[in-house]
Structure formats: C-alpha cells, structure tokens
Write a protein that binds this ligand. Structure first.
Ligand code: ATP
Length: 942
C-alpha cells in the first residue's frame, strides 16, 4: 500500500517521516479518487491499526501553543505599578538622606512583594490555561467503514472525516463529497464572509483562498455537510505553517482589576499629596529635613495597599477553578465578575432545562390515536388504543413508525443488556417507538436503502430522506415540525384536514410533548438525488408522533434559586408554543396567564415594542437564532445583564452579544463554543446557576479583602499624621525629630507581612448562605461602595485611636523606669502589636460582610487559621528575636502588655458587630419580595 503521496518537488525521495506539508502538494487539483489513492486510503477510511501507526509516525494533530509570557515580562508587570514605583523612589530617597537601613528594608519589601505577586500570577495563569484543555475538540471519522467520534488530536493523514454545520475543521482536508458547504476561513485568511466549497478540482495555481476543494484546519463549517480526507495535520497544516501560534487566554485583566488599578492610582496620588503636606508640617514644626523626608516616605509606604493586586488575582483564579469544578468552564476571565451581576438568564429548553431523554408516548394517524408505554431508550413498553393492548399495529401506524425510523440518523445499540443511543435524542425516540412495535431496525434499513438526505437543521425544522422502494420506484420521507410538514402536504382541498390535525398537535403539545409530523411522497426511480424543491409540496401526511422530555429535577430547583436571587429565567426554544408553555409551567418560570411568544410574533414586532414583549414573557417558542440576538439586545436596552445559552452555528451572534454567552460542552458546536464566555461541560441549566453563585462569591470575597485591607492602610496613615502633627517634638543630640508611634520598617511589617497573610485567606472564604438570596449587584456599581468607605473610616479610626492610646500610655509608663530609647522602642512595639491584634479580630468580622462569622461557619475556611498561626509566630519573632529587634527596632514586651494590646484589639468586635446589626436592620426593612418580582422580570434594587 502506498501511503506517501508523491510530491512533485521530490519525486524519488525515500518515504519521509512526515507527509510533505499539506497543500504544497496540489491536492486541490487532483480528483478525490486520486487523492485517496495517493494517501493510501479509501472511502471506507483507514483501519484502526493503520491510523494508530500513522499517529505514531506523524504525531498528534495539534498546533504548538504560543509560549506564555516569559518570566521577565511577568516580573516586569509586577514592578510596573504605581505602588511599587513609589516604594522604589522612597527607598532611593531614604538612602540618599543617609537612612540606609530604612532604604534597605523598603527595598527588601519591594522584592518580597514582587515575588509574591509573581508566583501568584504565574500559578493563576497556569490554572486558567489548563481550562482550555477541559473542553476537548472531537471529530467524526470513518475508520474501516464505521463512524466514530475521536479526539481531533488523533486525526491522521488519510483519515476520512464527516463535517456538519458548526464543526471546526480539524485538519487540512480534500473534499470527497459536499452538500451546500460553506466555511468561514477567518482564522486563516481574516475573511469573515463564508467561502463556498465544492468537490470539483481547481487549477493547480489557484491561490489559497480559491482552493474551493480544500478545507483548512481551524476554519469553521457554517452550513452544509461534507466528507473529506485529511491531507495534513498539526504543524503541517496551513494554519500551523503560517504559524500564528495559538494564544492562550491568560489575560488576567477584568473590569474589576481595571477598576482597582484606577482606584490604586487615585490612592497613590492622594497619598503622595498627603506625604508632601506632611513634609510641610514637619518642616514648619522645625524637624530636621532628613527626618521630615523620612516621615513623608513612611506615610507613603504605610498607606499604599501594596498587597491588593495579588489578592485580586488570586480571588479570580480561585473563582475560575471552582466554577470549572461545578461544570462551568470560563473562557473569558471577565465573565467571572459579570456572572455575579446577571439579571436574566435566557436558556434553551431541550437538554438544558429538560433531560433530553425523548420517549414517544402518543401516535396519531387519521384512523385514530394510540399510546406507547415505557420511558427512555429501552424496548420495554407496548402499544395500546383506548387502554387495550394492540398486538399487531394496523398498517397506517406501521407506516408512520417505519417512516420515522427511516428518516433518521440516530442509532441504537444493545450493550450488556442495555440500550445505548447515538445521535439526536429526538430521532432515537422514533427508533425506540418502532422497536416497541416489533420492527427490527437493521432489517428495515436494509429493505429500504437510503439514496440521499437533507439533514435536519433548526432553521428548516424538518429532515427528508430518499429511499429505494423496490419495484415501486423511489420514496421521499419527510419528518419535522407539524406546521412545516403540513404546509407541504396535499393541495388546497386538504386545508380542513390540516386544521384538524393542528388541533390534534395542540392537544399533544399541551401535555408538554414535542410533536413531529411524518409525511411521504412517491417519485420515480429516475429520482436519485434529493433537492429542496422535491419536498416543497405534494406530500401526504402519515401521522404524528408525540414525545415527552421531562424537565430536569435540578433545573426546577435552579429556577427557584434564580428567582430567590432576583434573576429572571426565560426559556427560548425551537419547540411548539404549547409544548414550551407546558414545560415552562412544570419548571415554574411562567408569568401569570402567559401563553408564550412565538418567533413569528417576534419577527413582526419592531424594536421599540420588542422591549415590552421581552419583559412580559418568559417563554419564547419556535424561535430562530436571529430572534435570540434581537431579544438579547431588547433586554440589554432595559439595563439587564443577560446570560444566553446556545449551541448552533447561528447562535454565535447572540452568544457574542449577550453579557455572558453560554455554550453547551456536549451538544454545542465549535462555533458556539468559540463565541461563548463560558462552556457548560454537562449542558445543564443548573451549572449556569452554580456559576452565578460562584461569581457572586468571588465578588463578595474581593469586597471582604478590600474591607479588610483598606482600614489598616488608613489607620496607619492616621497614626502617623497624628504623631507628626501633635506629638511633642524630641530633641535628640541637638536635632529636632518627631516622636513616631511606629518606625517606617514597622509600618511596612504591618502593611505587607501582617496584612497579606491575613487578607489572602479571605480569597478562599466560603460563600455566604444568603449569597443567592440577594438581588444581583448593579453593573457598574462602584467597587468602593458606601459600605466599604464607611467601614474603612470606622475601623481605621478605632485602630488608630487604640494604637496611639496604648503607645502613649506605654511610653510614659516606661519613661519613668528606663531611658528614652528603651521606652520608645517598647511603646512602638506596643503600637504595632495593638494594630495586629485589631487586624486579627477584625479578620473574623470580615469573613461575613453583613452577618456574624457563624453564618459562614467559624471553621469553614481553614486558611484563615493557617494565616493567623503564621502571623502569631512571626509576631513572636518580631518582638523577641534579637535579629528582628535590630532590624525593626522592636523591644520585648511583658505578658501583661501583650494581653493589654490583645484586649484593645478586641474592641473591634462589639463596634463592628453593632454596625452590622444596624445595617442588617435597615436592609430588612427595605427588601421587597424578590421571588415574585424576578419571575415577572422586575429589577430588584441591589
Ligand atoms: P431548544 O431550542 O429548546 O433546545 P431545540 O433546539 O431542540 O429546542 P430545534 O432542534 O430547533 O429545537 O427543533 C425545532 C423543531 O424542529 C422541533 O420542535 C421539532 O418539531 C423539529 N425537529 C427537531 N428535531 C428534529 C429532527 N431530528 N428531525 C426533524 N424535525 C426535528
């Protein structure tokens, strides 16, 4: 067998280890048969063994990933922040002013902070990068005549593959057959208008964009279907060769990090101004210049929240990981935050809100109505009419079941006594129905070989097949949405019948059933291909099949949870309005007296009126993808933050437009996944709600971190300001120096070591029990909310007053016993201890924003205790180790003093406790009923 194509450039070359790079060989100019021969393949595909061997030879079908930002770039990103520049400037200035130790400590802190940020960002980037591997890409290949779904990475040259709308083309391929195929090649050519593709060879010199008989890896099938043979994989593909290496989505910027960066800049500028003012105060009071400069630097160092950026990155990365564990894979990081402010979720019905386990339960033909018992994909169940078992189905019923089973791409397999289905569950249900009536699928398919087909597409709402019917000529079978099928049946004279059939459809649909109508038409045996015109008219109705698809239990609970959380759930389905309304009622998302809105009505409604319609209804039926886009826009115009699900090619615009585009991981097309912000690995509505819950938690935890970090910075600044402005002036050897409640190095100790080790654990905080009983956060609400600002002021004042008070008391008490230097060192150590004690107690108050820590569970977050334990050890070293005493200018404190500083810190408990209680009382009195309001689509104030 010849499996190397003869490359014109190297006619006599020995078999190379790899096939010559894809389209340099003129595959596009050769006939399909020639291509198959050259690749050593056949229309039946390769054998499994051949495929394995080629995989070993050519390597996996993957493109090399772009290297992530190098360590230097990452390091530079840490350094290049206003916080750090101020610190570096301070260090340099301190050294120039002769304060070398202070300068070195500041420099050490910069290095430490940069390293922490570097390590955290590196880990966060890695975690996010690994997500891209959680949504595997697959391909449909034909190996030894069998159709298989394999990971796209296992594709090899010579593999015959099938492509359907929405697929990402897994490698460079030569078409073998194609129907209405168009492909969007933007990934390769930048051209977003889909290109038409066809089997016919094109001239050898055709440009890449004109090689209509070739498909290129990485491009997207927008419509039609095809079979093609792989000619190049991995780096040998055109995409691999132009080497626009795939970039991983590791950008850690989100609106929140950007908002925080802006806040950071303001804080920095504000602090610099205050520092300058402080320098002025110092000089006016007559301090030596170098002392006044050091005080100003100290303020900058103390008040800038250096640890904040690392905390934000970590909180986001943890959120992403938790969402993935709950089956929502984030593709674009900002979605983590946006999820928390979602106000409307528009969800598909089939498979997302329902189980997608279709079972035919009702049959209708002009001769009567029948019931089929049994649930799911098993042959257990029987046919009854008026409660009486029907042993042999009458001919009209047999014809209906037979047509449903033939106009069908699904398959059922017996495996270990169980049935497994592959393909579309709607179609599998038709197969099961036929089996229940005693038909054998294999025999049926053999007796009526298929000659051609028009596959099902949501837009058309039908599928048609052409079969050989022995001597009787050929037969076209059509199945699909009843309105669509009936329109094509009979002539004018059938009008009355058609309305009575529609009444029958309505009755089945009201029971929550999906109804398919089945029809046929005889044609001559000269008819060997199926065209759209062939199914336009003249068909004869065989009957109806009604199937149930029960709602998922977890979806019912998730809809309830959404309503509690002030989120409106809207169902958008391609199904019949009566079916949609029945399922909507079972899920509890209907508004009172709602009848559902159809796509036709949406199409007839102008944009202005659409807003009211979108607001009033929660059920939209027979909706086409373009309606989804208009609905998203109408909701967004009403200030809603919209999450929208989708799976098909044509859903992509709506997914992109929505604030959160949600694609289905199992049934979704590559196009939909590409357009989405998150991908559900289980296609389950409940996973969207889980992601919203995690999104809210991430945001809560960021606010908790802010509410924890900022008071310390403000408190330290107040301590300094107070001391420099009001403490008596010291005369040390003829130089006037300020009496400082803390040394610069001690302030840094608090600001970086203590604050970061206590604040980081807040990123791991469990979600608050009421996280889904609050209204969605208003988008664009300031991060520094009234709550954060007030809390910062309150705690900072308390902390500063406590530290200054104990400093003063300790200083004066010691002055009588020991010298000035010793007294000052002890008093300063006391002040540091007091602030840290405040922080430890305040940390517990921050673990729940509004309620007591018991709400989230005292021991629910172990990292808090790790952080505290670590800090206690460090603080003991800080006070009692001689080395630390030298660097930080501390002195050992007696047990009584330590106890006193702990007691002082505990003051924060009753004070913040009271503040929370007052806030909660106010909130309870303003909260309207959220559940009813959400179902009606009313916005509840956050
Ligand atoms: P949802 O939007 O809730 O997920 P859906 O996507 O399953 O619903 P479509 O697949 O667009 O909805 O189906 C629309 C209609 O087309 C169905 O109500 C049914 O009447 C018809 N239909 C669905 N599947 C097939 C099929 N395989 N063959 C023929 N007709 C079908």
């Amino acid at each position: 067998m010849k499996d190397q194509p003869s490359s014109p450039s190297q006619p006599d070359a020995p078999a190379p280890a790899r096939l010559p790079a894809g389209s340099r060989h003129p595959w596009h100019a050769l006939s399909p048969d020639k291509v198959l021969t050259e690749l050593g393949s056949t229309a039946e595909g390769l054998t499994d063994e051949e495929a394995r061997e080629r995989l070993a030879r050519h390597g996996p079908n993957v493109l090399e990933r772009a290297k992530r930002d190098g360590p230097l770039t990452l390091l530079w990103r840490q350094v290049n922040s206003p916080f750090i520049w101020v610190l570096i400037a301070s260090a340099v200035l301190a050294v120039i002013m002769g304060k070398v130790t202070d300068g070195l400590v500041v420099a050490a802190v910069v290095v430490l902070n940069t390293l922490i940020g570097f390590v955290q960002e590196y880990r966060a980037g890695k975690a996010i990068e690994s997500l891209s591997r959680m949504v595997p890409e697959t391909a449909t290949v034909i190996r030894a005549g069998r159709k298989l779904r394999v990971p796209a990475a296992q594709g090899v040259p010579g593999d015959v593959m099938e492509l359907a709308p929405g697929d990402k083309v897994p490698a460079d391929m030569r078409l073998l057959s194609a129907r209405n195929l168009s492909v969007e090649e933007a990934a390769l050519t930048g051209e977003s208008v889909p290109a038409q593709k066809a089997v016919a060879p094109v001239p050898e010199e055709a440009e890449l964009g004109d090689r209509a008989s070739l498909l290129f890896g990485g491009t997207l099938v927008t419509s039609g279907s095809a079979q093609a043979v792989v000619v190049a994989t991995g780096q040998a593909t055109e995409l691999g060769r132009i080497s626009t290496l795939l970039r991983e989505a590791t950008d850690l910027q989100t609106p929140l990090t950007q908002a925080l960066a802006v806040i950071g800049k303001y804080i920095t500028v504000g602090i610099l101004l205050i520092s300058v003012a402080l320098l002025g105060v110092g000089l006016v009071r007559g301090y030596a210049l170098s002392e006044a400069v050091v005080v100003a630097i100290t303020l900058a160092v103390a008040a800038i929240p250096e640890g904040l950026p690392a905390i934000v990155t970590i909180a986001l990365a943890i959120g992403v990981q938790r969402m993935a564990a709950r089956r929502a894979v984030i593709r674009k990081l900002p979605a983590v935050e946006t999820l928390g402010s979602t106000t409307v979720i528009c969800s598909d019905k089939t498979g997302t809100l329902t189980r997608n386990e279709m079972t035919v339960q009702a049959l209708w033909t002009s001769a009567g109505t029948y019931a089929l018992s049994g649930v799911g994909y098993t042959p257990k169940g029987e046919l009854t009419r008026d409660g009486q078992r029907v042993e042999t189905p009458p001919q009209d019923v047999q014809a209906l079941l037979l047509a449903g089973a033939l106009c069908n791409d699904a398959a059922l397999q017996h495996r270990d006594g169980q049935w497994e289905m592959t393909g579309d569950p709607t179609e599998a249900a038709l197969l099961v129905a036929a089996e229940k009536a005693g038909m054998s699928m294999e025999a049926v398919r053999e007796a009526h070989p298929r000659l051609d087909a028009i596959p099902f597409e949501s837009e058309n709402q039908f599928m048609a097949t052409l079969h050989a019917a022995g001597n009787a000529g050929h037969r076209i079978l059509l199945k699909g949405a009843p309105e669509v099928v009936l329109r094509r049946c009979g002539g004018e004279e059938d009008h009355v019948t058609s309305s009575s059939v529609l009444a029958e459809v309505e009755q089945m649909a009201r029971r929550g059933m999906r109804v398919l109508a089945v029809a046929y038409r005889e044609v001559s045996s000269a008819h060997t291909a199926l065209r759209m015109e062939d199914v336009e008219s003249g068909l004869r109705l065989l009957g109806l099949q009604g199937m149930i698809d029960p709602p998922r239990e977890e979806a019912k609970a998730a809809v309830r949870a959404c309503h509690e959380a002030g989120i409106t759930v809207k169902m958008i389905t391609g199904d019949h309005p009566a079916t949609a309304v029945a399922i909507g009622a079972q899920l509890g998302l209907l508004q009172p007296d709602e009848e559902g809105v159809t796509g036709a009505k949406l199409a007839a409604t102008d944009d202005a009126a659409l807003e009211a319609v979108a607001h009033r209804s929660n059920v939209f039926a027979r909706v086409a993808p373009e309606h989804k886009l208009r609905l998203v826009r109408a909701l967004q115009r009403q200030q809603h933050v919209v999450a929208m699900t989708g799976d098909g090619v044509n859903d992509a615009p709506a997914l992109k437009q929505a604030n959160i585009g949600v694609a289905m991981g199992i049934t979704g097309t590559a196009v939909a996944k590409d357009a989405a912000d998150i991908v559900l690995t289980d296609d389950n509505f409940a996973s969207i709600v889980a992601a919203v819950e995690e999104g809210r938690r991430v945001y809560d935890n960021l606010i908790k971190s802010l509410a924890f970090v900022l008071p310390t910075n403000l408190g330290l600044a107040l301590i300094l300001l107070f001391g420099v402005s009001l403490f008596p002036i010291q005369d040390v050897g003829g130089r006037l120096v300020p009496l400082m409640a803390m040394l610069p190095t001690q302030l840094l100790w608090i600001n970086l070591v203590a604050t970061v080790s206590l604040a980081l654990p807040l990123a791991f905080e469990a979600r608050e029990p009421d996280v889904m009983r609050r209204a969605p956060r208003a988008p664009g609400a300031p991060v520094l909310s009234h709550f954060v600002v007030m809390r910062t002021g309150l705690v900072a004042l308390l902390m500063a007053a406590g530290a200054i008070g104990l400093f003063w008391w300790e200083y004066h008490r010691d002055l009588t016993g020991s010298g000035h230097t010793q007294a000052l060192a002890e008093a300063q150590t006391m002040a540091v201890n007091t602030v840290i004690s405040f922080q430890m107690f305040y940390l517990f108050m921050c673990r729940s924003l509004m309620g007591s820590v018991r709400k989230v569970g005292l021991f629910s977050n172990r990292s808090v205790f790790v952080g505290m334990g670590l800090l206690v050890l460090l603080q003991v070293a800080f006070m009692y180790l001689p080395f630390m005493q030298r660097v930080f200018g501390t002195a050992p404190l007696g047990l009584k003093d330590v106890g006193l500083s702990i007691l002082m810190g505990a003051v924060v408990l009753p004070v913040v406790g009271l503040e929370k209680w007052l806030r909660q009382r106010k909130k309870d009195s303003d909260t309207p009923s959220r559940r009813g309001a959400a179902r009606l689509g009313e916005r509840v104030p956050a």
